[in-house]
Design a binder for this molecule. Sequence first.
Ligand code: IPM
Ligand code: MG
Length: 362
Amino acid sequence: MATQQKVHKNILVISGDGIGPEVTRWGREVLQAIAQKYEHDFHFEEGLMGHVAIEATGNPLPDETLQKAQQSDAILFGAIGHPKYDQDPHLPVRPEQGLLRIRKELGLYANLRPIKLFDELLAASSIRPEVLQGADILFFRELTGDVYFGEKKKAEDGSWASDLMIYHRYEVERIARKAFEAARKRRRKLCSVDKANVLESSRLWRAVVQRLSADYPDVECTHMFVDNAAMQLIRDPRQFDVIVTANLFGDILTDEASQIAGSMGMLASASIGDGTGLYEPIHGSAPDIAGKGIANPLASILSVALMLQIGFGLQEEADAVIRAVDQTLKAGYRTLDIADKHTPNHMIVGTDAMGQQVIQRL
Ligand code: IPM
Ligand code: MG
């Protein structure tokens, strides 16, 4: 500890909707505990985004929040979404617009989603333990292109609607480079997932990745169609090291892959570009359990580990967080989503008790 530099960081906390505030609280507490233990100086600001921001200002991403985001060193984000909008798909102002806009404005084109099972959670997954054991995948999901940001059109009479799936060469190149570089530091395998047998944008994607692979002769680069990848992930997840894929495919595949980590409640992600990064659980606002105090705070806490590691370069601190989570699980503490009915010595706890347990072990 004494050899480490004291760092000063400004962190914007955007708790958002649903279970966002309940779980993000613990991400922040963990940051505070780390600051204390390693004598860093973390300064926190708060910002509104999503449904809560619409209610307060009419805007899912108020200018004030965006400004604070641009000035911060990192953003800890919870979740957004509200059932009200899902039941009425025609509402013009929607919480998700806030998240999509902040990704675009901050240039967060790479979404890293590490999928790794804590041994203690082998039984929590719906996949057989012998298939899962040892699986360790790092997803690079492209985050600012694709149908998410392509032109949207609809007929005035409501008879058709369309979303443009578009990729530019530079968009594929920059995410693929990040993925190749990450693969270099891991098991040197990169699988690029596309739908090049059908889609022009995927054929561009594949050609760009293929060309780049010449710069990384030490990385084994393969290509897989997305339908096959969806199946292979469940059939034999250990075959994958790093996966790079487009925005929509990555959105879907990483929800699926969360089962490899036991539960959505465990998965953290880092959205990065060339400046400030945003760190968030991959789970959504989970309105069905919001306010009940039963949500799993570990994805938020593990997002903090990613912030420490990727955002601030504080590897030792990041490892300490992961170790604390691991020890909490080893001690038998479980939120409902990762509870295993067949193991009698598990203690089912709520959000706050789980957060406390992790803090204690820091
Ligand atoms: C995610 C979420 C978002 C997405 C939604 C909330 C817009 O599902 O981060 O994976 O589709 O990107
Ligand atoms: Mg998603």
